[in-house]
Design a protein around this ligand. Structure first.
Ligand code: NAD
Ligand code: DAU
Length: 360
């Protein structure tokens, strides 16, 4: 049985990756390491939590000693690293937490993997064609590339140009992962993905926030004029891409993952309002009245768009779902899981929500 460590498995994307791996690979023992911050929620995993090839460990990647003990105990074959502070707005109000988890936490994990796999001092060749039994997979973001104008796409060769504290911390962690490959020969792979959407998405992010607010007849905050463009990918397609890259990607390589699915925020919100009118039996146009233009995000990147040709040509991955269908499925999930929403919008989170989204 191979032990596979997935960090951040109680979060949005991590829970989909854990579910996919637990169900698809009975021969893997999946260890989900998560600190259960405000974004971590074990309710995301109730359908697989009793499976015999799944173990949850509560712990913080900022604790280096704990990580070394965990690696010694399980001798992981693969690490899929998703644990992170992930929300851009929070990084603007509290950058240091992003440095601690995203940079220091990632370096702690790299050290633990290096210690376990390379047995201190026995430096391997950094030849990128060398395949080894182990693999450290770092899940990263397209935001490290900065912002695009009206045209063009991010490729794997695009220079890093992060603008927010969040993207700067992710860029830094990407550099550390590559440095451990180049310096110590640690077997690694990195992917940079565009915006995900789907079930179990924490309602501080645009789509679940808007769904929740429309349901509750609250204003839907659109930053600036809503002109910013994001490239949306169904979260299950991201999880599929991670599976393919972990097993078949080239040691030391980077893969871009994206949906070829660009939407201006305002157009996306209008589409969502139409779907919500239909689902909630409201008259056409009723939900759109909730749209409320608010002060823009500081340093707001204008446009992201991913070129995922490399992933398609080398590993045969493609998105499986049209956006309109995926968005409707997502809305259905939230409407059918009101209890999940109520649980995460109560308590501390509600306090943050009220402070953040007062109309400006
Ligand atoms: P999320 O915020 O929903 O989940 C993050 C998880 O990490 C939570 O379960 C949280 O408890 C855990 N965590 C946070 N700090 C931790 C720590 N110090 N130790 C252990 N666990 C900790 O995030 P997400 O949206 O699922 O993103 C997951 C990863 O994918 C992140 O690395 C993010 O940068 C990357 N990513 C996200 C998107 C997106 O659209 N959401 C797109 C591309 C890449
Ligand atoms: O591109 C990948 C990134 O996508 C991930 O790395 C991040 O972890 C993830 O949070 C996401 O970042 P964004 O900042 O693009 O996502 P968010 O949902 O916060 O915002 C999407 C767009 O909507 C963005 O242009 C800001 C805008 N927005 C967001 C919120 C929360 C609004 O207009 N109103 C809002 O209330």
């Amino acid at each position: 049985m191979k032990n596979v460590l997935i960090t951040g498995g109680a979060g949005f994307i991590g829970s989909h990756v854990v579910r996919l791996f637990v169900n698809k690979y009975p021969e893997y023992n999946i260890v989900n390491l998560d600190a259960l911050t405000y974004a971590g929620n074990l309710d995301n995993l109730t359908d697989i939590e009793k499976k015999s090839n799944y173990t949850f460990v509560k712990g913080n990647i900022c604790d280096a000693n704990f990580l070394q003990e965990l690696f010694a105990k399980y001798d992981f074959t693969y690490v899929i690293h998703l644990a992170a502070e992930s929300h851009v707005d929070r990084s603007i109000s509290n950058p240091i937490e992003f440095v601690m988890t995203n940079v220091v936490g990632t370096v702690n994990l790299l050290n633990a993997a290096k210690h376990q796999w390379l047995k201190v001092g026995s430096q391997q060749s950094a030849d990128s064609s060398q395949q080894t039994a182990n693999r450290f997979y770092h899940v990263s973001t397209d935001e490290v590339y900065g912002a695009l104008g009206e045209t063009g796409f991010f490729t794997e060769e695009t220079k890093y140009d992060p603008h927010s504290p969040y993207s700067a911390s992710k860029a830094s962690s990407d550099h550390f992962v590559r440095a451990y490959h180049d310096t110590y020969g640690l077997p690694i792979v990195i992917s940079n993905c565009s915006n995900n959407y789907g079930s179990h998405h924490f309602p501080e992010k645009l789509i679940p926030l808007a769904i929740n607010n429309i349901c509750n007849n609250k204003p839907v905050p659109v930053y600036g004029k809503g002109e910013n463009v994001r490239d949306w990918l169904w979260v299950n397609d991201h999880a599929r891409a991670i599976d393919v890259i972990l097993h078949n990607g080239k040691n030391g390589d980077t893969y871009n993952i994206g949906g070829h699915n660009e939407w201006k925020n305002i157009d996306l919100i209008k589409l969502l309002c139409k779907i919500m009118d239909k689902k909630l039996n409201r008259s056409n146009g009723e939900s759109e009245k909730l749209i409320s233009f608010v002060k823009d995000r500081a340093g707001h990147d204008l446009r992201y768009a991913i070129d995922s040709t490399k992933l398609k040509n080398e590993l045969g991955w493609m998105p499986s779902l049209q956006f309109e269908e995926g968005l409707e499925k997502t809305v259905d999930w939230y409407l059918n899981n009101q209890q999940w929403l109520d649980n995460v919008t109560s308590g501390n989170y509600a306090k943050y929500y009220d402070e953040q989204y007062v109309k400006r």
